[in-house]
Ligand binder design. Sequence first.
Ligand code: G1P
Length: 297
Amino acid sequence: MTRRVTKAVFPVAGMGTRFLPATKSVPKEIMTLVDRPLIQYAIDEARAAGITEFIFVTARGKSALEDYFDLAPDLEAKLEASGKTELLDILQSTNMDSGAIAYIRQQKAMGLGHAVWCARRLIGDEPFAVILPDDVIAAETPCLQQMVDAYEGVGGCMVAAMEVPPEKASAYGVLDIEEDHGSLVRARGMVEKPAKGSAPSNLAVIGRYILSPSVMETLDEKKLGAGGEIQLTDAIAAEISAGRGVHGLRFRGQRFDCGSKSGFLQATVAFGLARPDLRDEFSRYLDDVYAMRKAAE
Ligand code: G1P
């Protein structure tokens, strides 16, 4: 029997320099896909998978995130008084239980593994999820829910996994595959950002994890890995060396790398087209753009 996963860590301390100048004053996690901040997609996915405790690892300049998750009583009262019930519902759907969110500061940028380690006292001895809000995943069954379902059968550690073109593998954590069961893969190793041409496979880790608390003990050693940072991938790989199971789940869904401008734009188009209230006008516009480009060729 695996223990239920009820805690999730959201590493949100990154400076988001790729999105300057926007991120000069707005945390990148507040940037919006259509009308919802990136972080809202991550929270909704976590909630759908049964997460009830949300741990944000933040940094200086990120206080807008805390404000975003606070209640907005004045705004609610105004919307109520003016009968804008639809907007009120949207607003209230983002309200969190009091005490459900904890904020921890990562005082120095020392890598993803270090960010996760900062949450160790709140995690204690339970399995926990990690969600990287930059990776937005559109899926019928939310990705983390798919992972929780698979995790119940195998325990240990689980990472979301996706095939990437071989020339892109060096941008990711990559799985060395021991057994391939289709959607579920058992790993014999994991490498963070392998040098070009040396990746053990083209199955890359995407930003969703279910981790055993023993990962925190490895992170305690503060060993530096790729890029001179403390890497989460290395701590998960150490689980395998210690004889504990690590699986990758080829999730069903489409992943957008919203840490890159191109990925963010693609997500904006995909989520815009998926919205019933925008779909018709927006797709007509895209058709026009396409036709004009064709005509200009
Ligand atoms: C992080 C992880 C990497 C993973 C990637 C997924 O890298 O370290 O293992 O493949 O997220 O998005 P980053 O993109 O922060 O460099």
